[in-house]
Ligand binder design. Structure first.
Ligand code: MG
Length: 164
């Protein structure tokens, strides 16, 4: 097996009349995130990190926002599919780490539940799933609370022959 690392980044803008779903958790907030799926920016970054480590194209390629099948879909289902692709390639996930960048809402009260949901979706112990949260200190589009961004890193193992 060879160890590979991938990075993912995503950003979604706030929109009225939308749910706010982060790491699979529905969080009470006056605004949700705009998007074709449930716009779970954290899971999108994580899925892209795994796909990147696999040498695959990004989630926009695997789950096009022009496909009605993905309208309003829970991003947990997309993540499960990505992990399934990894298993099909003979690989497995080692760990995930991620950061959410948002002025609001407060993420801390929801972190443990997010980790439980992600751990169950990807088949890792919660300790192998890092989720941190920070504000942008009031600067830029995140500072103006126009949206939420997320970064993620994934480490995977793949059979050497799958990496050729
Ligand atoms: Mg996205």
């Amino acid at each position: 097996m060879i160890t590979l690392t991938g990075i993912g980044y995503d950003v979604h803008r706030f929109a009225p009349g939308r749910p706010l779903v982060l790491g699979g958790v529905s969080i009470p907030h006056p605004l949700g995130l705009d998007g074709h799926s449930d716009a779970d920016v954290l899971i999108h970054a994580i899925a892209d990190a795994i796909l990147g480590a696999m040498g695959e194209k990004d989630i926009g390629h695997h789950f096009p926002n022009t496909d009605p099948a993905y309208r309003g879909i829970s991003s947990v289902e997309l993540l499960k599919h990505v992990v399934h692709l990894l298993a099909e390639a003979g690989g497995r996930l080692v760990n995930l780490d991620s950061s959410l960048i948002a002025e609001a809402p407060k993420i801390g009260p929801h972190l443990d539940r997010m980790r439980e949901i992600l751990a169950s979706a990807v088949g890792l112990p919660p300790k192998r799933i890092g989720i941190k949260a920070t504000t942008n200190e009031g600067m830029g589009f995140i500072g103006r609370a126009e949206g939420i961004a997320a970064f993620a890193v994934a480490t995977i193992l793949l059979p050497t022959d799958a990496t050729l």
